[in-house]
Write a protein that binds this ligand. Structure first.
Ligand code: 13P
Length: 236
């Protein structure tokens, strides 16, 4: 595998962890791997000023207009962001984002030169019904898969629950996802795993062939734990 590992922190609707923007921050670029942070909109500027590779947790595909409460991908670009998260399950569930909405966001990001990190993943119910693969297949089919994007496989049953997917299950899903990518981008697109990744399980997950990094929620809010995961990733 010659894909550089990417360790991304999704702080969700939380304040930045203590020391995140100070000297010695574990969120700044690290040798040998890519490190990326998704803070709330309020902290994008501070994050960028601290030298952190920064993305928005969401961006509206229209550049401006009557969308109360939203921020556009164009605005993320204007402030200096290089990345945007698209279709996190908490946005799909809490804000009714559809596969088509997510695809529009990803395409708008690409048009503006921002890199979309696009989340897919099944619910526990879908997995129990044997629909995990068909669910991610449907989510993927809407996406601009020929482009320079990152995919994050985040099984919803593993998010914030402590129930991490086993490395074997995650690898099986990642390999399945990769098999659905077009020939030209199959080996280039990074597929991150997200769902209760922590220092205790990061190494065995990241060692899997088709797992190219992590999208980390809870553990990314603890600077020590995040630093440990970054250091594990850079040692692999
Ligand atoms: P946790 O790491 O808290 O399970 O969250 C994963 C996630 O949703 C990252 O986007």
């Amino acid at each position: 595998m010659n894909r550089t590992l990417l360790i991304a922190a999704n702080w969700k609707m939380n304040s930045p962890p203590e020391g995140a923007f100070s000297k010695g921050s574990p969120y700044v670029p690290y040798e040998g791997i890519d490190v990326l942070v998704f803070p709330t909109f309020l902290y994008l500027k501070q994050s960028l000023d601290a030298g952190i590779c920064t993305g928005g947790q969401y961006g509206h595909p229209d550049s401006h207009g009557a969308h109360t409460g939203d921020i556009s991908i164009a605005m993320l670009k204007e402030i200096g962001c290089t990345h945007v998260l698209c279709g996190h399950s908490e946005r799909r569930q809490g804000h009714g984002e559809t596969n088509e909405d997510v695809s529009r966001q990803a395409q708008a990001a690409l048009d503006l030169g921002l890199h979309p990190v696009i989340c897919i993943g099944e619910t526990a119910k879908q997995r129990e019904a044997g629909e995990a693969e068909s669910t991610v297949h449907t989510q993927l089919s809407a996406l601009p898969l020929h482009s320079d994007i990152t995919i994050a496989y985040e099984p919803i049953w593993a998010i914030g629950t402590g129930n991490t997917a086993t490395p074997e299950l995650a690898q099986t899903m990642h390999a399945f996802i990769r098999s659905l990518l077009p020939d030209q981008s199959r080996e280039k697109i990074r597929i991150l795993y997200g769902g209760s990744m922590k220092p205790e399980n990061a190494e065995e997950l990241l060692l899997k062939e088709d797992i190219d990094g992590g999208l980390i929620g809870g553990a990314s809010l603890k600077p020590d734990e995040f630093a440990t995961i970054v250091s594990i990733a850079s040692s692999l």
